[in-house]
Write a protein that binds this ligand. Structure first.
Ligand SMILES: N[C@@H](CCC(=O)N[C@@H](CS)C(=O)NCC(=O)O)C(=O)O
Length: 210
């Protein structure tokens, strides 16, 4: 049984979306980030970094959204959202998941919280650097999808596409967004056509970038 601690639209989105898409029974605990509900002693006991999400797996807390996405995909192998242990696509899947978590997600954190790395006095410069990094990664991903798409693994959708679309969504208020890249936009359209996307929006009360 899974319990997801989430905040609407946050890094929990990929986990929530996969729980719905895979039809895995779960409970939700909504956290109000503005009210700092993710910094209470009770929550810090589950997630010492004080970030969202946390996933309880049979009562045991787990951190890191990308790791949760892999775990859930693996929990229902018949859905095909992770290549099997003997598939030649397995390495490629891990490559993309780690690339997204290590190379694309961190500059988004910098963009959302520019004070953290650059300090208050340099927040604008920090934000500009983060945005440039995000676009460098988007450009590479778009080129890959143009040649080898429509999904990251070619013709088959995987949990890495769910992760990528969540990160693409976070660019929605930038002057240039992920949807300005044709092959990223094609991926977003394919992923948004999944019934689970609509269900996710209803459940989290989301409206932007529907
Ligand atoms: N590497 C973590 C990052 C999580 C993260 O940065 N979450 C953000 C929301 S998207 C958060 O909790 N922000 C509130 C804060 O850091 O105080 C993960 O993927 O789970």
């Amino acid at each position: 049984m899974y319990t997801l601690y989430y905040a609407p639209g946050a890094a929990s989105l990929v986990v929530h979306w996969l729980l719905i898409d895979l039809g895995l029974p779960h409970d939700l605990v909504k956290l109000d980030i503005a009210a700092r509900e993710h910094k209470t002693p009770e929550y810090l006991a589950l997630n010492p970094s004080g970030v969202v999400p946390t996933l309880l797996v049979d009562g045991k807390p787990m951190c890191e959204a990308a790791a949760m996405a892999v775990l859930l995909a693996e929990a229902k192998p018949e859905a095909g959202l992770i290549p099997s242990a003997v598939s030649p696509k397995r390495g490629e899947f891990f490559q993309w998941m780690f690339h997204l978590a290590n190379t694309l997600q961190p500059p988004f954190r910098l963009w959302w919280y520019p004070n953290e790395a650059a300090g208050e006095a340099h927040a604008d410069a920090g934000k500009a650097t983060a945005e440039a990094r995000i676009h460098a990664v988007f450009a590479n991903l778009d080129a890959h999808l143009g040649k080898n798409g429509p999904y990251l693994l070619g013709n088959s959708v995987s949990a890495a596409d769910f992760m990528l679309v969540m990160l693409m969504r976070w660019s929605r208020n930038m002057p240039k967004t992920a949807l300005d890249y044709p092959n990223l936009a094609r991926l977003a359209n394919l992923m948004k056509a999944r019934p689970s996307w609509q269900a996710l929006y209803v459940s989290e009360g989301l409206t932007e970038w529907a």
